[in-house]
Design a protein around this ligand. Structure first.
Ligand SMILES: *Cc1c(COP(=O)(O)O)cnc(C)c1O
Length: 416
């Protein structure tokens, strides 16, 4: 095939894209869940798969986490919860962020537990339960000091009154009460103890009003790993499931990063000393060198502010980004000898850190943000691929579509 027809084939096949991918290691998810179960001790574990599993694929992560022993799932919206049900997931799912016009009927019909933050939400869910002719499971979200979502303490009496009558007429069941910490990443912060005490006081007030939640929960990843005294009945880790430490200063807690972002080197070329590279010529070669083109850019989540401030790893060696990151591409300096890198080689942008490879945390440090934003920001043309989790995926594929094809499924690519 001559190079023109080869190029045509690439361009005419929308799936071949730019060769960039986000590889999600479902075995790492299972490992991290087992680590978290250990920390959780006697508390149950709800794995948070909001924002499409922190952009790792909510359904695949949910299956892997449940297979590894997690008991429940948490998401923000009813839409996310119903999508998990439609994928065949039967484990308890809690959804806790709703628009004023949310239709709760599908949630009730699908047996999704609703985390509610106001009296109007309780009324709306009770009405939806009557429409669906099913009891709705609800969990009150209590604002114990984050001052974000959740029932304000001043509104508790009204919420308890409306909830009390909905419980009495059988339209709702009070499954739980929960809250969310403002400063969990600083384990000794006094706000953590204050919030826990407000939660305990609120449970006592509910109890005095005849409302007894079956489960109480407060801890996110950071509190799961560092504040066993705040575990209550269940913990709700998110970021740790994806292998990223919620408190990097305290170490990795034995977690394994789940997402590896990589791309294929598209072009390798020589640049002479004194020549500028990429827009604005913000970087000039000090010596004759060789540069490589990585076909990912800010449209794929490689933030422009990272220009010249991060490395990629190719064959176990690190190479620096040079010049501006563009919409679809950036350049790396391979050194005068070209570093042994050839077109078609794979560059890892961040991943497991194995062999000294780059980590999402390094991007977070360079960007003055947190790794949560780094992994959720990868998108554009990067294709999501799953590795590991063979047993889980094969079993669920068999349940959904008859004959199981373990290899195809375990290593299957899912367009995104
Ligand atoms: C996102 C979220 C979590 C998980 O937080 P991590 O810091 O990712 O562990 C837990 N609970 C609630 C209410 C959340 O919104």
């Amino acid at each position: 095939m001559d190079s023109d027809s080869a190029r045509h084939q690439v361009l005419s096949d929308p799936d071949s894209g730019s060769g960039s991918s986000a590889t999600v290691d479902l075995d790492a998810v299972a490992h991290n869940v087992r680590v978290l179960l250990e920390y959780a001790g006697s508390a149950a574990t709800m794995v948070v798969v909001k924002a499409d599993g922190y952009n790792h694929g909510g359904t695949a992560v949910a299956r892997a986490a449940l297979a590894a022993g997690a008991q429940e799932l948490g998401v923000t919206t009813v839409g996310e919860a119903v999508a998990l049900r439609r994928a065949g997931i039967t484990a308890p799912i809690l959804s806790w962020l709703h628009r004023p016009d949310t239709d709760f009927v599908p949630a009730v019909v699908h047996g999704v537990e609703l985390g509610l933050s106001s009296a109007p939400q309780v009324s709306a869910v009770a009405a939806a339960a009557r429409t669906a002719e099913r009891t709705a499971d609800i969990t009150l979200k209590i604002d114990t000091g984050l001052n974000r979502n959740g029932v304000a303490i001043g509104d508790l009496d009204e919420v308890f009154r409306i909830l009390g009558s909905a419980v009495a007429d059988g339209s709702v069941r009070l499954r739980g009460m929960f809250s969310h910490l403002a400063c969990a990443d600083v384990p000794g912060h006094p706000a953590n103890d204050r919030q826990a005490q407000v939660l305990r006081d609120t449970v006592a007030r509910a109890s005095a009003a005849g409302l007894r939640p079956e489960v109480v929960h407060l801890a996110n990843s950071a509190a799961t790993l560092t504040r066993p005294d705040l575990h209550f009945d269940m913990v709700r880790p998110g970021i740790a499931v994806y292998g990223l430490s919620p408190i990097p200063e305290l170490g990795g807690f034995g977690l394994r990063p789940v997402m590896t972002v990589s791309a294929t080197i598209a072009l390798v070329k020589k640049v002479r000393a004194g020549e500028g590279v990429s827009y604005g010529h913000t970087w000039t070669a000090e010596r004759d060198t060789v540069v490589g083109l990585v076909p990912m850019g800010y449209a794929d989540g490689v933030r422009r502010n990272l220009s010249g401030r991060f490395d990629v790893s190719i064959g176990g060696r690190r190479f620096s980004s040079v010049g501006r990151i563009c919409m679809d591409q950036f350049m790396i300096d391979l050194g005068p000898d070209g570093g042994g890198v050839a077109e078609g080689d794979t560059a890892v942008l961040f991943g497991s850190g194995e062999g000294g490879g780059p980590l999402a945390q390094e991007w977070a440090d360079s960007l003055d943000t947190i790794h949560y934003e780094v992994v959720t920001g990868i998108g554009g043309r990067a294709r999501r691929r799953y590795i590991g989790g063979a047993g889980v995926e094969a079993a669920s594929a068999a349940a959904e579509s008859g004959p199981s094809k373990p290899d195809a499924v375990a290593n299957g690519e899912v367009g995104r």
